[in-house]
Design a protein around this ligand. Structure first.
Ligand code: CU
Length: 349
C-alpha cells in the first residue's frame, strides 16, 4: 500500500482533471479574457479525429476487436436452455481503465441471446459471486416476485417463459440497489425474432451503457462505482458494448449499399440514447412492439431500459460514425464507426 501522502497525491492526480470546472462565462471587469480561460477553451483543442463527428481516434478495421458487434444468428431451436453465471471480473471500460465489474457470463455486456416468437426460454442463473444477484428479462411476461428474486452466493434459480413479442429486449440484474448492479455491468440484449424472418442484412447488436468511476485505490488499481456520480447523472464513460469508443478504434466493415440492421439496447442506467448514424437515414426503426416500423428517421431516442431495431444502408464508400447524438455522451465514448467499402482519402489510409 502506498503511504498516505502518496495515496492522496495519486487520487488528486486522477481526480483533478475530471473535476476541472466549467469555463468561466463571467465577463471580466476589463473585458479581457483571462489566459487561464483561453487555456481551457475546447474550441482550441485539436480534433480527436481528422473528420467531422470523429469524437474519438479512429483505428483500422484490420485490428482484432475484443468484443464483436456481430449479432448471433437466428435460431431454429424452439426451446432455449440458457445458463448464465453471475461472476465478478475486471473489465476494460476504456483504454487503460479497468473496472471491477459485476457480470453475466464474465463479460460486459452479457452475451447477446437470440430466440424466436413462440420459443420457450428455459433459464438458469448460477451465482458464483460473493453477493446476491438476480435476473430480469424484459422479454418475459412473468411474476417478478417468483422469477426475479435474489439468488444467494453459491445458489441457483431456474424459470421459464415464452417469448411473445418480437424486438430486442434488455435483460439485467434486478437486485437492489438496481442502479448499482446495472452500473457495474449486469445487463445484455435478447433478440426475439418474428416468426417470419426479417429481410437479409448484416446484423449487429449494440448495448449502450454508462460507467461512473470512483477514485483509484492505488497505482494500477481497478476502478469501482462512484455512487454520487451515478446519482448525479455524471458518467465518466458512455459506451457501446462496454468500452468507450470501441468501434471507433475498431471500425465495423460493411459493404456499400448493404442492408444493415442494428439491434440497440440502452442499458443506462441513466442516459437516453439519441441514436444516429452520420451520413445515413434509417429506412426503418422498429420501436419495440408489434406495430409497423417508422420510416425515414434521422435520429431516434432509445429510452433507458428500452431496445429498438434500426435499418439503414450506407450509400457510398466512406467512414460513417454512429453516435448517441446527445454529444456529451458521444464525447464520453458513445461513438463508433462503420467503414463502407474501401474508402480513399480518409484517416483509414
Ligand atoms: Cu446483480
Amino acid at each position: 500500500m502506498p503511504s498516505r501522502p502518496i495515496a492522496i497525491a495519486l487520487i488528486l492526480a486522477v481526480a483533478l482533471p475530471a473535476c476541472t470546472p466549467a469555463p468561466d462565462r463571467r465577463t471580466p471587469a476589463d473585458g479581457t479574457a483571462p489566459a487561464a480561460r483561453e487555456a481551457h477553451d475546447p474550441s482550441r483543442e485539436p480534433s480527436p479525429a481528422p473528420m467531422s463527428h470523429g469524437e474519438a481516434p479512429v483505428g483500422t478495421s484490420a485490428e482484432p476487436v475484443d468484443r464483436s458487434a456481430t449479432a448471433p444468428p437466428r435460431s431454429t431451436r424452439r426451446v432455449h436452455r440458457i445458463r448464465l453465471e453471475t461472476v465478478h471480473v475486471q473489465h476494460a471500460v476504456a483504454s487503460g481503465v479497468r473496472y471491477d465489474a459485476w457480470t453475466f457470463g464474465g463479460q460486459v455486456p452479457g452475451p447477446a441471446l437470440r430466440v424466436t416468437v413462440g420459443d420457450t426460454v428455459d433459464f438458469t442463473i448460477v451465482n458464483v459471486a460473493p453477493m446476491p444477484h438476480s435476473m430480469d428479462f424484459h422479454a418475459a411476461e412473468i411474476a417478478p416476485s417468483r422469477a426475479y428474486v435474489n439468488v444467494m452466493p453459491g445458489d441457483s434459480l431456474s424459470f421459464r417463459f415464452v417469448a411473445r413479442v418480437p424486438g430486442v429486449f434488455m435483460y439485467h440484474c434486478g437486485t437492489a440497489p438496481v442502479a448499482a448492479h446495472i452500473a457495474n455491468g449486469m445487463y445484455g440484449a435478447l433478440i426475439v425474432d418474428p416468426a417470419a424472418p426479417r429481410a437479409p442484412a448484416r446484423e449487429f447488436v449494440l448495448v449502450q451503457s454508462e460507467f461512473y468511476l470512483g477514485a483509484p485505490q492505488g497505482p494500477d488499481s481497478a476502478r469501482q462505482l462512484d455512487w454520487a456520480k451515478m446519482l448525479g447523472l455524471a458518467p465518466d464513460h458512455v459506451t457501446f458494448n462496454g468500452s468507450a469508443g470501441l468501434y471507433a478504434a475498431h471500425p465495423i466493415q460493411v459493404e456499400v449499399g448493404q442492408p444493415i440492421r442494428i439491434y440497440l439496447v440502452n442499458a443506462g442506467p441513466n442516459q437516453v440514447s439519441a441514436f444516429h448514424v452520420v451520413g445515413a437515414i434509417f429506412d426503418r426503426v422498429y420501436v419495440d412492439g408489434l406495430g409497423a416500423p417508422l420510416r425515414g428517421v434521422q435520429t431516434f431516442n432509445v429510452p433507458v431500459g428500452g431496445g429498438m431495431i434500426f435499418e439503414t444502408r450506407l450509400v457510398e464508400a466512406g467512414v460513417y460514425p454512429f453516435v448517441s447524438h446527445a454529444f456529451a455522451d458521444a464525447t464520453k465514448g458513445a461513438v463508433g464507426m462503420f467503414r463502407a467499402g474501401q474508402p480513399v482519402g480518409t484517416m483509414t489510409h
